[in-house]
Design a protein around this ligand. Structure first.
Ligand SMILES: Cc1cc2nc3c(=O)[nH]c(=O)nc-3n(C[C@H](O)[C@H](O)[C@H](O)COP(=O)(O)OP(=O)(O)OC[C@H]3O[C@@H](n4cnc5c(N)ncnc54)[C@H](O)[C@@H]3O)c2cc1C
Length: 428
C-alpha cells in the first residue's frame, strides 16, 4: 500500500475488538452529568460516575474513540512532559509530589483498570525505552533518570550496546529504561471502556455532536442536532478536537496532527532482531519519534507533526524513510497502514483542568501523553463531579487562557518545526 493512501483506516481499526453498537441521540434526556467527547477522558469519567451510581449521558460527535484515543501509538507511559524537578520548581514540593505520584502511577491505573474490567486490548508491560541520538539528549535522559531514581523508581541508564540490543538498531548512543511503561491496542482499550461504562449504566450516544451548551435554571442544556440533555454538571472532554462549544477553549490549545505507519507482520526472524522484548520506544529528539510492535509483530513508527490537514503523503513518506534507515535489516519494508490523529499541545506542556462556570469541568492538553493521563483524569473528574475536592484533582484548576495570536498558529508552528528540525540535525 502506498503510505497515505488510506489514512482513515488505521491499523487499530483493522485489528480492534468490535465497536459497541450505540444510538444517536434523538430525544430529550435528563442526567446528573452530561459528558461531551467519547475518548479516554470522557469514557473514563462516564465509567467511574456510572459505577458510583450517578446517571450519566455521554455525547460523541462521531464514533467512540474517533479522536486521538482511537489513533494513538498505544504507549502507556508514565509521567508528564515536565520532569519531576521541573514540577517541584513550578508547583512547590507538596503539590508537585502529588502530581508526580499520580502521573508516575498512571500506567498502574490503566493496566489495573483493563484487568479489573476484563478489557481485551493486548496489554503488555515490558517497560518503556527512551533513546538518545545526541549527547545533549543523553544528558537530558540521565537527568530525568536520576530524578526518578531519587523518588524510588527503578529506572536504568542504557549504554549504546544495551540500547542496540533492546531496540534492534545502532542509531542511538544510549538510553533510559523505565519499567513502568507498556502498551495496549488503543482502540480496543477505548471500546472496552465504552462497553464497561454502558454495563455500569451510562448512556452513550455517537454521531451526536453537541452544538450548544447553555444554562437554564440550575441545569446545563447540551443540544445536539436531534436531541438534548439537561444536567446540573457538564464535563468537556474534547482535547485536540475541541471546537467553539465553550468560549476560548479551542484557542487555549494547539491542535497538531501526528502520523503513524505500520508494516506487515515482520515474521519470526525479524521480530527477534527488532524490539525483541516488545518494548515501547520514544526517541526524544525535538521532533519526537515513537515506535513499538503490535501483538502480531507489525512495526509501528510514529512521529512528525503538521499544524495543517495538508502534507500527509510527504510526512508518511518521511516515516517510511525513517524505518528503512533505522532498520536496514527490513530491506524494502511493506507498509500496510498509514494514519494520523490530532494531539492537543499546551504552552506550558501540562494538561489543563478548568472549571469555567459552576457545574462545568474541562480537561485537555495531554501533549501527546494521554493514554494513561486521560484515563486517570477521567476518574478524577468523576470524583470532582460527585463533590470531591478541587485540590484532589491531578493538576490545579486553571483559568482558560487563549493563546495569543492563535489564528496565526499554522505559520508559527511551521516555523518552530523547521527550527527544531535543524536543531535535531545538529544534535542539540
Ligand atoms: C497519532 C497519535 C499518537 C499518540 N500516541 C500516544 C501514545 O503512544 N501514548 C500516549 O500516552 N498518548 C498518545 N497520544 C495522545 C493520546 O492519544 C491523547 O492524549 C488521548 O487520547 C486524549 O484523549 P481524550 O479523550 O482527551 O481526547 P480524544 O480521544 O481526542 O477525544 C475527543 C473526542 O471529542 C469529540 N468531540 C469534539 N467536539 C465534540 C462535540 N462538540 N460534541 C461531541 N463530541 C465532540 C471528538 O470527536 C473526539 O472523539 C497520541 C495521539 C495521537 C493523535
Amino acid at each position: 500500500m502506498a503510505p497515505g493512501a488510506e489514512v482513515d483506516r488505521s491499523l487499530w481499526q483493522a485489528t480492534a475488538a468490535p465497536a459497541p453498537e450505540l444510538p444517536t441521540l434523538a430525544e430529550s434526556l435528563r442526567a446528573d452529568c452530561v459528558i461531551v467527547g467519547g475518548g479516554y477522558t470522557g469514557l473514563s469519567t462516564a465509567l467511574h460516575l456510572a459505577e458510583a451510581g450517578a446517571s450519566v449521558v455521554l455525547l460523541e460527535a462521531q464514533a467512540i474513540a474517533f479522536g486521538a484515543s482511537g489513533r494513538n501509538g498505544g504507549q502507556v507511559n508514565p509521567g508528564l512532559r515536565l520532569d519531576p524537578d521541573d514540577l517541584v520548581a513550578r508547583f512547590g514540593a507538596e503539590r508537585a509530589d502529588r502530581i508526580i505520584a499520580v502521573s508516575g502511577g498512571a500506567p498502574d491505573f490503566v493496566f489495573g483498570l483493563a484487568k479489573r474490567l476484563g478489557i481485551e486490548c493486548d496489554a503488555v508491560r515490558p517497560g518503556w525505552v527512551l533513546v538518545a541520538h545526541s549527547p545533549a539528549t543523553l544528558a537530558k535522559l540521565q537527568r530525568r533518570g536520576e530524578q526518578w531514581v531519587r523518588r524510588g523508581v527503578a529506572m536504568r541508564a542504557l549504554d549504546a550496546d544495551e540500547t542496540a540490543a533492546m531496540v534492534g538498531t545502532r542509531r542511538y548512543i544510549g538510553g533510559l529504561y523505565d519499567p513502568r511503561g507498556g502498551s495496549v491496542q488503543p482502540l480496543s482499550y477505548a471500546r472496552g471502556l465504552a462497553q464497561a461504562a454502558t454495563r455500569a449504566g451510562a448512556r452513550l450516544f455517537t454521531h451526536s455532536p453537541v452544538t450548544r451548551l447553555e444554562k437554564q435554571g440550575s441545569d446545563w442544556i447540551a443540544t445536539t442536532p436531534r436531541g438534548s440533555v439537561a444536567a446540573p454538571q457538564v464535563v468537556i472532554a474534547t482535547n485536540g478536537y475541541t471546537d467553539d462549544l465553550w468560549p476560548g477553549l479551542r484557542q487555549s490549545i494547539l491542535p497538531v496532527r501526528t502520523f503513524q505507519v505500520a508494516t506487515r507482520p515482520l515474521g519470526h526472524n525479524l521480530e527477534r532482531s527488532i524490539l525483541p522484548g516488545n518494548h515501547a520506544v520514544s526517541d526524544l529528539r525535538r521532533l519526537i519519534l515513537y515506535f513499538r510492535k503490535d501483538a502480531h509483530g507489525r512495526l509501528i513508527m510514529g512521529g512528525r507533526a503538521s499544524s495543517t490537514q495538508r502534507g500527509g503523503a510527504r510526512l508518511f513518506g518521511f516515516l517510511t524513510g525513517v524505518v528503512q534507515d533505522m532498520f536496514p535489516q527490513l530491506g524494502r519494508p511493506e507498509f500496510e497502514h498509514a494514519w494520523s490523529g490530532t494531539v492537543a499541545l499546551t504552552p506550558d506542556f501540562l494538561p489543563h483542568i478548568h472549571e469555567p462556570a459552576q457545574g462545568v469541568l474541562a480537561a485537555l492538553g495531554y501533549n501527546g501523553r494521554g493514554v494513561a493521563m486521560a484515563s486517570v483524569a477521567g476518574k478524577a473528574l468523576a470524583d470532582r463531579v460527585r463533590g470531591g475536592r478541587a485540590e484532589d484533582l491531578p493538576l490545579p484548576v486553571s483559568d482558560i487562557r487563549p493563546i495569543p495570536f492563535h489564528g496565526l498558529r499554522q505559520p508559527v508552528l511551521h516555523l518552530i518545526m523547521q527550527y527544531h528540525r535543524v536543531m535535531d540535525w545538529l544534535g542539540r
